[in-house]
Structures are given as structure tokens and as C-alpha cells.
Write a protein that binds this ligand. Sequence first.
Ligand code: ZN
Length: 216
Amino acid sequence: MLVGHLGAGLAAKAAAPRVGLGTLFAAAMLLDIVLWLFVILKLEGAVAPADFETRHALAFNFPWSHSLLGALVWSLAAAGVWAWTRGGGRLLAFAPAVIAATVFSHWILDFLVHPPEMPLWGPGAPAVGLDVGQPLALYVELAVAAVGLTIFLMRVPLSFARRASVAGITLLAAALTVFGAYSSAPPPDSLTLAAVSLLVIFLIVAAAAVADRTPQ
Ligand SMILES: [Zn+2]
């Protein structure tokens, strides 16, 4: 999932306009940032299973980045880092709560679309995932993105040009998501996959930070 997570970040921006959109996009995709870093470090894995050509979905071994307990820890950690660096040290405040919720929204959205491969607390733990299947997973993701973008466009007081830029970034990510859902090209090795994924996430976060004039 890609653009669905951005939808959560866009809605979060409407809730907490003084938090930068780049920060909120990074928060919404934090579990994947951790995943791909851990794939590079060989702490987690992402491989193309035998049914990749029909399902277009990788199989993941991600007990640290995408377990329920892990997601809660990353959510709290992200809120803590923001409170410490930008929030005057106040963790129990609205903006850190929005950041924690944005990070955790990633787990909920992934839970809808992944097969039961998301562990509850770590390696060997029972794993969950609703696996709604395609094309429903894609429709859910695009709907979440559309709702998030609509809320953002209606509620965030940025100039027309800045809001149009954010809409453009979101549409590009939606196009990438649709391409990923239908492309049957075999993915590259997991190191290349991790590097490309991190680069895409970095470019999206950087573009959002530039489009939003709020200090990140
Ligand atoms: Zn994920």
C-alpha cells in the first residue's frame, strides 16, 4: 500500500495544521521506512512468492516493523521524537497524539489488505491480516486517499498553488499504486527493492515538505 497511507497523512494535516506535511507523510509511511531499512540490514524479509504473477503481492517477514506491538512502539517513538525536537518536550499534547495516530494508521490499513502475515507482537507470534484481495484492496486504498485528499483540500489553509502541488503528488502516488497492483513484472532482488522503495518514499516526503510551507 502506498497512496492509502498518504491519505491518512493528508487527513492528519487537516487535524494538526502546524505539523509539516512532510513529517506527517513520513509518519504515515514510517513502518515501511523501518521495513525497508531492516530488509537492507537483513533483519526482515520481502520476497516474491510463487503466486506473485496472479496476486502481484510480495510475501513479508516483518515482525519488528509491522507487528501490532511494533507498530505501537514506533507510534510512541515517533510522537516522542517530534515532541522532543519540535513540540517543546510535551509528549501529552495534541500534535504528538496526531503523529502517533498517523503512524499507527499504517498498521490498520495494512491489516485490511495483507494476508495473515502481520504478527501480533514479534517473531513466531500469531499473525493477522484480513486479505480483502484485489481489486477490493485497490479500491479501499484509492478511497482512503480520495477522502484524505478531499479533507486536506477543504480544511488546510495553504495557497492554491501549494494545495495543487500536494494534489499532484497524491495523484502521482495513486498512479504508482495502480501500476504496482497490476504490473506482473517480477520484482528485483530484495536489496534493490528496498533501495527503490526508500527512494520513492524519500522523494514523496521531500516533495510534500517543499509543497507545505509549515516548518517540518
Ligand atoms: Zn506497510
